[in-house]
Design a protein around this ligand. Structure first.
Ligand code: SF4
Length: 434
């Protein structure tokens, strides 16, 4: 695919960089063509909506007064207000009341967890919730985003928090960089580069806050004394200031490389993980190379890929792997049917099989490919008519039956009618003469 030119980006978010690194084509489809995936119509909340709602509740519970005691009635009112504000579910939905009770119970757990945390780290204060930041990267690009939460102590030491419904695979900076999970490193960079105007503190930690497990230990923290992180420091975990600088350098290098590729117009379908292609809505049109399908005897394989992506190459490889396996297991040739949609594709497959047999210098294989008894290469119509003709007597069809399409049938009916009309006029002409 040729690079796309003439399209420049001015403003980006951390999630857009993550999206590009997952697959540049998906990023371009969303940002360049503005082809956004439509949300599937679903009466139930999906995982993303549900996560966003719990996030909103957590945020509302940490009001500036840090009131950690709420009555059940107050919690119910809060959840109801947020439901109306976020329009997440219809007024009359019968599932709302049980769902609300579950969220209220969860809210109580959240408050208890916050109380425990505050008793362990009494110096902690919530400095910011949903804090907007904006920072230039070089002279052309500006990054912007929001930090879920910023905790700070009296000495100005701060800890960044990002709420998540699950923190699986988010252990720390090494795995973040390896998995292109760059959100927290972005936030550290944004705060250090003055992206939040009224923040003058020192970042001593950045953590994911698991809203299901109530765990905020996954992340990065500096190995130093801090009233925000006392118990974590005692475990002698964490990174040194020098290590943090190395992570940040690696992060900046990754962003520079990514922006360079974007500037070069590289938006190829190159998934970071081919497993994502199975669920991707672009997988029928993006022309990504098909994932390497492994031959497995007696197993149905399904290969989905767009036009020009290399499905035929994979089919040819699987054909020979099947032949080789069958030949070595059963000491005879298999019988194989290969079907295509068009005659042109049939011809192409036949030629490519022949070429491969020649390359292998295997005359027996060459003969096999020429035998219609062993290898049937045909269009779907061709294969079906072959099966029908072989089973005509069982299906009660005449031996000389023919398959016709609608157009041929119409043509045939017209010619029969014309013939009939001619015969009738001949008869009436003849009788008029008597
Ligand atoms: S199917 Fe794979 S390669 Fe194609 S756009 Fe989706 S993620 Fe990218």
């Amino acid at each position: 695919m040729r690079p796309i030119s003439g399209w420049t980006l001015k403003e980006l978010s951390p999630s857009s960089i993550e999206s590009y690194l997952k697959c540049p084509f998906v990023f371009f489809a969303n940002k360049g063509f503005r082809l956004l995936d439509m949300d599937e119509i679903d009466l139930d909340l999906d995982v993303r909506q549900s996560g966003q709602f719990y996030h909103a509740v957590a945020d509302a519970l940490l009001d500036p007064t840090r009131r950690l005691v709420w009555s059940e009635v107050e919690l119910m009112e809060l959840v109801e207000d947020l439901k109306n504000k976020h329009l997440i579910i219809s007024e009359t939905d019968p599932t709302w009341e049980p769902r609300k009770a579950k969220i209220v119970k969860w809210s109580q757990h959240f408050l208890d967890f916050e109380k425990d945390w505050l008793s362990t780290y009494p110096a902690t204060q919530v400095f910011g919730r949903e804090t907007s930041w904006k920072s230039p990267w070089g002279s052309d690009i500006v990054f912007r985003g929001k930090i879920d939460r910023l905790d700070i102590n009296a000495e100005g030491q701060a800890v960044l928090i990002d709420y998540k419904s699950s923190t699986a695979g988010k252990a720390g900076p090494r795995s973040w960089l390896a998995n292109n999970d760059l959100q927290l490193l972005f936030y550290i960079w944004a705060l250090r580069s003055g992206g939040v105007s009224d923040f003058r503190g020192e970042i001593v930690g950045a953590f994911y806050y698991d809203l299901k497990k109530f765990d905020r230990s996954k992340g990065l923290h500096l190995r130093q004394e801090s009233t925000l992180l006392a118990s974590l420091v005692r475990k002698n975990a964490g990174v040194s200031p020098e290590e943090l600088e190395e992570f940040m350098l690696e992060f900046e290098k990754k962003i520079d490389q990514t922006l360079f590729r974007m500037n070069q117009g590289c938006y190829q379908p190159e998934p970071d993980d081919q497993k994502d292609c199975q669920k991707c809505r672009w997988n029928q049109i993006c022309r990504a190379p098909p994932s390497e399908l492994k031959f497995q005897p007696d197993t149905n394989l399904l290969l989905r890929a767009g036009a020009g992506a290399g499905k035929t190459t994979t089919l040819i490889r699987l054909f020979f792997e099947t032949v080789d396996h069958f030949r070595s297991t059963h000491k005879r040739w298999p019988r194989i049917v290969l079907t295509t949609f068009t005659r042109k594709a049939t011809q192409e497959i036949r030629e490519r099989l022949m070429k491969e047999a020649l390359r292998r210098e295997d005359p027996e294989l060459f003969r096999l490919l020429q035998s219609r008894y062993y290898v049937q290469i045909s269009t779907i119509h061709g294969v079906l008519s072959l099966f029908l003709s072989r089973s005509a007597d069982k299906l009660g069809l005449p031996k000389d039956f023919q398959l016709v399409d609608e157009y041929s049938l119409l043509k045939h009916e017209k010619s029969v009618l014309k013939k009939r009309a001619r015969e009738e006029s001949d008869i009436s002409g003849a009788s008029g003469g008597v």
